[in-house]
Ligand binder design. Structure first.
Ligand SMILES: [Zn+2]
Length: 230
């Protein structure tokens, strides 16, 4: 029986053993004085689960966008090639097929530059798009003055939020996704101004604004994890 290499973590607070897989690294957490042979057996018993986890995490990592010259990056669902231009000033210019990022010759921290430029671009796009779209939606819903504020935030898994005071919050990473998905998110949060829940009435209202919303929901479910970069 082959053994997986792992890191053993002995913790006084632990009462049971557990295996964790993080970024492809396996660690086994056990209470003090756990028998080594028992641990070996415990790991052996979980080897299929461990292998699956490692493979899953490797795939997820592969699917994430890399901020490198020549790599593809999506804006409004269209993948564009990241290109570098040497210039006196920092800048970003998005065309049909490319994202041209300019920075001075002396700057060697290209990854930081790409990240800052793309963040700026996506934030600007979100700040232009959502207020306009949300205004259209709230007018269609006949609640034109219900939004008190629209905020933008980058979070790992939350796409939008609506408070009882009428503050809408959007994750600007959604600007990486296709427009129907962005429109669905806007409709979802605006409809919460009327129904602060996920009741049948809420979904009917979303459907009245975005009849194809179920496709957008499915898109987020299947692709949401890819909308991230570091
Ligand atoms: Zn909701």
């Amino acid at each position: 029986m082959s053994e997986s290499p792992y890191r053993l973590v002995v913790s006084k607070r632990r009462k049971t053993a557990a295996i964790q897989v993080k970024e492809g690294q396996v660690s086994v957490h056990v209470p003090p004085n756990t028998d080594q042979q028992w641990i070996n057996q415990f790991v052996a018993d979980h080897r299929i689960w461990i292998a699956k986890k490692i493979a899953q995490q490797a795939q997820l990592k592969n699917e994430k966008y890399q901020l490198k010259e020549g790599e593809l990056f999506p804006i409004l669902g269209d993948e564009k090639e990241i290109q570098f231009l040497r210039a006196n000033q920092y800048g970003i210019n998005v065309t049909d097929s490319s994202i041209k990022i300019s920075f001075p010759d002396t700057d060697s921290k290209s990854k930081t530059v790409i990240k800052a430029c793309i963040e700026f671009y996506l934030q600007t796009l979100a700040k232009e798009y959502f207020p306009k779209r949300c205004q259209e939606i709230t007018q269609a819903l006949d609640i034109p003055n219900q939004i008190s504020e629209i905020r933008f935030k980058k979070t790992k898994s939350k796409w939008g939020h609506c408070t009882h005071k009428g503050v809408l919050q959007f994750n600007w990473l959604i600007m990486m996704s296709p427009i129907p998905v962005i429109d669905y998110l806007a409709a979802h949060e605006c409809c919460h101004l009327i129904h602060p829940n996920h009741s049948k009435q809420f979904w009917n209202l979303v459907s009245s604004i975005e009849p194809g919303y179920q496709e957008a929901r499915l898109w987020i479910k299947n692709n949401g994890h890819r909308l991230w970069f570091e």
